[in-house]
Design a protein around this ligand. Structure first.
Ligand code: NAP
Length: 241
């Protein structure tokens, strides 16, 4: 119960990686606030986690600054902030990039962490932590992957600058490889199982990660009082292949 009496906000906590982080933090005694746009998804996540008093939910579109202000006004003070919010990746050859779609992705991947950090000031405990989520697509961009790579990659530099500005509060990034989450069901559907088998054979670690696997990286960054400005990869060796 290493995180007893610690309150953690998880933006993106209603699904996938964020949900796995919530389950892991709860098992260590923390109190969690799950944030996402869909109230229905949040309710289902709360039920799956046992609906106990240590789980609260707050329906918020974190791209909207007024909603972020309202979120922190409702939640009050807290110890740690985790962002795992994301939408489907937008891939297109550079000559065909749609500016509206590119902005939508940048708004979600880059602006949400920025707005949350801005408005957490004065509510996030000094000496607590902020952990953003990027991903392997910044290191190994797929075809037409420039927008995703740039947006995800920017978080490492955002974290380095904020670590300097906000110390002793710590600011870090978790960079997962492929993780088995609902996002993949939307991207590849039924083909997922075959893809996991093939990729598992190629990865040095021998298998695709679950949300529970990557949750350990978030716990480490929340607990490690001397780790700040860092990007921690947990990708099964994906960056090497
Ligand atoms: N899965 C992977 O293999 C993988 C690998 C590397 C990096 N990543 C990155 O990790 C992050 C999480 O991925 P995931 O697979 O866990 O995705 P996921 O299962 O689709 O979860 C995304 C979460 O973000 C929330 N969200 C989206 N837009 C939001 C907004 N504007 N405001 C507040 N919450 C918002 C969603 O809830 P609502 O839809 O209700 O808002 C949901 O809770 C993403 O940034 C993704 O790019 C994923």
């Amino acid at each position: 119960m290493s995180l007893q009496n610690q309150k953690v906000i998880i933006v993106g906590g209603s699904s996938g990686i964020g949900f796995g982080v919530a389950a892991e933090l709860l098992s260590r005694g923390a109190e969690v606030v799950l944030v996402g746009r869909s109230a229905e998804k949040l309710k289902r996540a709360q039920e799956r986690l046992g609906s106990e008093s240590r789980v609260r939910v707050a329906a918020t579109d974190a791209r909207q600054e007024d909603q972020v202000v309202q979120l922190f006004a409702t939640i009050g003070t807290f110890d740690h902030l985790v962002t795992t919010s994301g939408i489907l990746p937008y891939n297109a050859p550079i000559g065909a990039v749609d500016a509206t779609k590119a902005r939508e992705l940048i708004d979600t991947i880059m602006m949400i962490p920025l707005l949350l950090t801005k408005h957490s000031q004065g509510r996030l405990r000094t000496g607590g932590s902020i952990t953003f989520t990027s991903g392997i697509s910044k290191d190994r961009p797929g075809p037409g992957g420039a927008v995703v790579a740039a947006a995800a990659g920017s978080l490492s530099y955002l974290a380095r600058a904020l670590a300097l500005e906000l110390g002793p509060t710590r600011v870090n990034v978790v960079s997962p490889g492929w993780v088995d989450t609902p996002m993949w069901d939307a991207i590849v559907g039924e083909a997922k199982k075959g893809m996991w088998e093939q990729m598992g054979k190629r990865l040095p670690a021998g298998r695709i990660a679950s949300p529970a696997d990557v949750a350990k990286a978030y716990v480490y960054l929340i607990e490690s009082e001397l780790t700040t400005g860092t990007t921690l990869s947990i990708d099964g060796g994906h960056a090497l292949i």
